[in-house]
Design a protein around this ligand. Structure first.
Ligand SMILES: Cc1cc2nc3c(=O)[nH]c(=O)nc-3n(C[C@H](O)[C@H](O)[C@H](O)COP(=O)(O)OP(=O)(O)OC[C@H]3O[C@@H](n4cnc5c(N)ncnc54)[C@H](O)[C@@H]3O)c2cc1C
Ligand SMILES: *[C@@H]1O[C@H](CO)[C@@H](O)[C@H](O)[C@H]1NC(C)=O
Ligand SMILES: *[C@@H]1O[C@H](CO)[C@@H](O)[C@H](O)[C@H]1NC(C)=O
Ligand SMILES: *[C@@H]1O[C@H](CO)[C@@H](O)[C@H](O)[C@H]1NC(C)=O
Ligand SMILES: *[C@@H]1O[C@H](CO)[C@@H](O)[C@H](O)[C@H]1NC(C)=O
Ligand SMILES: *[C@@H]1O[C@H](CO)[C@@H](O)[C@H](O)[C@H]1NC(C)=O
Ligand SMILES: *[C@@H]1O[C@H](CO)[C@@H](O)[C@H](O)[C@H]1NC(C)=O
Ligand SMILES: *[C@@H]1O[C@H](CO)[C@@H](O)[C@H](O)[C@H]1NC(C)=O
Ligand SMILES: *[C@@H]1O[C@H](CO)[C@@H](O)[C@H](O)[C@H]1NC(C)=O
Length: 691
């Protein structure tokens, strides 16, 4: 690991760091100044709870992927104060493991103290197994421990979110607006010519952002096996997509990864949105602070108004209270945000009462329609060199340690099944809507049922017959074998998540109801059959020397079904539990992400997608958090900064600008000229954190 750090410093010194250095390296005071500046930088992430104020304008619950985007963007308005409370640690104790991309595979933080390590309830569709559900518990949240795939969703899926929400009159959830928000969060880095040629990488740099905080890039090392991916899929009628980021994400390609190519480190919400910031006196981030509940203003009728939150540093520590002058924003992830609404008295009253929580508002959709992508791997022995082989032989250059898997393919239903079988599956699925609603959602609420049906119709009428991938195929070469994985993208199965105690420290009941719907099993089974065909397709087949899992004894549909139930697990993309849907459809948040029935509580994280998208959820969630930040800033500043908004509020002087007047291109506040010294320090601090 130390060799990575050394290589990193050398690379920076020679190519990047020196030219932009604000003071000469020979400066005898350099080291001291660096220490001082690091102290300044650390002021955004406060060391201890005595450093926080008694109230803030915005309290962000959860410093994960979305939470730190919000923290960064909301604190660009220097007139707003922002506090982030994050349950996990800062990550500093294990920062090399977070930063090193390949450690995702070789020394994973999954299962460590930075992982909640949830378990689902026993899954009847998965041979009664409890399926493990990792979730990041550290600054950066799951973006600090995830697999770093960056995949854009498909345009029709985003437009379907808009269509199912007629009150999205500002068009925040149309493709055009959302695409712009995703681009705002990213900086594209092209692969070297050698890497592109060996891996078969094609891209259109115009489809990416060029000045945002998160790096969209490619590893600094690749393998011949990777270059065999797209040509092999082509022989099966799956075209290579040369521009997968501009709205059509279908077909085969080597996708982008969240890697900073200047030093081959993980680019995640903390390193992208927080670490490069100068100290902001209006932003505090406190780690190891678990929010236990929202505090409500008492004695009012109508909307619930949050006055703040309570938090504790552990299950045995005393609760402390911090007040919110404007809003409480839940960004605690699909499990955390759902759990917190319920613990705060918002959710299905039946489940809240059973858990001993006073009902503030019976909002039945909270925790309902939990969905996830389900995946599994076929394993092949190989004669070719894998990344796992190289790792075992001790190679540890920074370039090698940036190699992570990123070959993917999104395959639509017609390609998967053929048009006749696809039509038959669509008809039989459509006929099963009522029985599915009754059996998957035992709560029995009619608005939740209506929402489930609307989603079901969207999937079976639009996505099944459209271009969206129903199966994602992936290539993994980070072990000594080759894995070809398949994952279902638009499950009709749905389940629920609810608290069973009144303490945030007790894990909730999590039931995604995997494979409860026959159509899901059919699609996943056909996905695995296709994965096997990929292994037999040229040129990849020449390097594979046998299928070790599940092997040739699994061949009939019944064999596959049995194997699937015993072998599949999460693709880590749970969503749906705080769905953005009309209230009549059992929605939890409006298109402004405001929780129905509250005047100042929003949810802004991966829990609000009404249905799972055909993509990994990281990339879309950066876009979602950017949109959320714009919505919130517009609301409190009385302006519209969304150029495509049809109903701008006021302040005509600012409506044309998509960037608030007080921010520069780094998203850092323009400081008061009276504060020259501080500004000087701030600029240097922004450069020095590269060390
Ligand atoms: C192992 C793994 C691999 C993945 N691989 C990929 C991938 O390759 N590509 C991809 O795009 N996506 C991937 N994902 C998914 C992606 O990381 C998530 O979809 C994304 O991080 C969700 O963002 P979020 O902000 O909703 O939640 P998170 O990033 O999980 O953040 C939620 C934060 O809230 C905090 N929190 C929760 N409860 C409380 C509380 N009560 N008080 C205070 N803080 C709280 C948590 O500790 C956490 O830091 C993966 C996820 C995992 C777990
Ligand atoms: C993280 O760092 C701490 C402190 O050094 C150490 O005890 C722990 O084992 C590390 N965790 C992992 C997963 O490496
Ligand atoms: C497995 O699921 C069952 C019920 O579905 C539950 O009672 C049990 O606690 C779960 N086990 C774990 C380890 O979560
Ligand atoms: C606004 O809409 C136009 C036309 O649909 C689109 O080209 C543009 O990218 C959109 N801009 C934003 C910021 O959404
Ligand atoms: C499904 O994928 C195939 C192969 O890319 C393509 O020819 C076909 O048009 C796609 N179907 C739809 C409805 O987009
Ligand atoms: C749209 O918002 C209005 C005003 O809040 C509300 O009355 C109406 O029910 C909403 N419609 C939908 C479909 O959510
Ligand atoms: C509740 O709050 C919402 C959002 O601020 C607002 O639109 C609505 O009018 C409020 N309702 C009542 C009864 O105050
Ligand atoms: C806060 O700052 C923003 C951005 O400069 C500005 O648009 C807004 O009017 C300010 N709000 C208040 C209340 O001063
Ligand atoms: C990697 O480089 C970025 C600048 O591009 C810097 O902010 C970051 O601190 C560096 N990371 C490490 C671990 O050196």
């Amino acid at each position: 690991m130390w060799s990575l750090t050394k290589a990193t410093i050398l690379t920076l010194a020679s190519t990047h760091f020196l030219p932009t250095l604000a003071f000469p390296v020979s400066d005898p005071y350099g080291a001291q100044r660096r220490r001082e500046l690091n102290d300044l930088r650390a002021r955004n992430i406060v060391a201890d709870s005595s450093d926080i104020q008694s109230s803030y304008d915005f309290i962000i619950v959860g410093g994960g992927l979305a939470g730190l985007v919000l923290a960064s963007r909301l604190s660009e308005d220097s007139n707003h104060t922002v506090l982030v409370l994050e349950a996990g640690e800062t990550g500093d104790a294990n920062i090399t493991q977070i930063n090193t991309p390949a450690d995702t595979y070789y020394t994973s933080l999954v299962g460590s103290e930075y992982d909640y390590a949830y378990q689902t309830a026993q899954q009847a569709g998965c041979a009664n197994r409890n399926v493990s559900w990792p979730r990041g518990k550290v600054l950066g949240g799951s973006s600090a421990i995830n697999g770093m795939y960056l995949v854009r969703p498909n345009k029709p899926e985003i437009n379907a979110i808009h269509s199912i929400n007629p009150n999205d009159t500002d068009d925040f959830w149309t493709w055009d607006s959302y695409y712009a928000a995703m681009k705002k969060s990213e900086t594209f880095g092209a692969p070297s010519a050698d890497i592109a040629a060996e891996a078969g990488i094609q891209y259109n740099s115009d489809s990416y952002g060029s000045s945002g905080p998160i790096h969209w890039s490619y590893p600094g090392e690749t393998f011949n096996l990777v270059g065999n991916w797209t040509p092999s899929l082509l022989t099966l009628g799956i075209p290579t997509n040369p521009d997968a980021a501009s709205g059509d994400n279908s077909g085969a390609y080597i996708t982008t990864s969240s890697i900073n190519p200047s030093n081959w480190t993980r680019s995640y919400s903390r390193s992208g949105y927080i670490d490069p910031l100068p100290p902001r006196s209006n932003l505090d981030i406190l780690a190891s602070a678990t929010v236990t509940n929202i505090v409500w203003k008492s004695g009012t009728s109508g909307n619930l108004t949050a006055t703040g939150v309570q938090w504790a540093s552990s299950s045995t520590a005393a609760k402390q209270t911090v007040n919110a002058n404007k809003e409480v924003i839940l960004a605690a992830g699909t499990i955390g945000s759902t759990q917190l609404l319920q613990l705060s008295g918002i959710g299905p009253s039946k489940y809240l009462q059973a858990a001993g929580v006073d009902v503030q508002l019976d909002l039945p959709g909270v925790g309902q329609r939990l969905q996830d992508h389900l995946s599994g791997s076929l394993v092949y022995s190989t004669s070719a060199e894998t990344a796992g082989d190289m790792h075992n032989s001790g190679v540890d250059t920074a370039e090698f340690l940036s190699y992570i898997n990123s070959a993917t393919a999104y395959v639509n239903l017609t390609t998967l099944l053929g048009s006749d079988s696809a039509s038959a599956l669509i008809s039989s699925a459509q006929a099963a809507v009522d029985s599915s609603t009754t059996s998957f959602l035992p709560l029995g609420d009619s608005t939740v049922a209506a929402g489930y049906k609307a989603i079901y119709d969207t999937i079976t009428n639009q996505f099944y017959s459209g271009s969206s991938g129903q199966i994602e195929l992936l290539l993994s070469i980070t072990s000594t074998n080759v894995l070809i994985q398949a994952a279902i993208q638009h499950p009709l199965s749905a389940g629920e998540l609810y608290i069973t105690s009144s303490s945030v420290f007790d894990y909730p009941y999590i039931n995604p109801n995997y494979l409860a719907h026959d159509a899901d099993l059919t699609i996943l089974r056909e996905g695995f059959k296709l994965a096997r065909l990929v292994s037999q397709a040229s040129p990849l087949s020449a390097y594979l020397t046998g299928e070790t899992t599940p092997g040739s004894s699994v061949s009939s549909d019944d064999d596959w079904n049995t194997w699937i139930k015993s072998a599949v697990g999460t693709e880590y993309h749970p969503t749906g539990t705080c769905a953005m849907l009309p209230l009549e459809l059992g929605g939890v948040v409006s298109p402004s992400l405001l929780v129905y029935g509250t005047s100042n509580v929003r949810v802004a994280d991966a829990s609000v997608y009404p249905f799972d998208l055909s993509s990994h959820l990281g990339a879309p969630t950066y876009g979602l958090a950017e949109q959320a930040s714009t919505i919130i800033r517009d609301y409190w500043n009385g302006v519209s900064t969304n150029p495509n908004s049809t109903t701008s509020t006021s302040s005509p002087s600012s409506t044309a600008s998509s960037k608030p007047a007080n921010s520069n291109t780094n998203g850092a506040p323009r400081l008061n000229p009276a504060n020259d010294l501080r500004m000087f320090c701030a600029i240097i601090a922004a450069s020095i954190v590269m060390l």
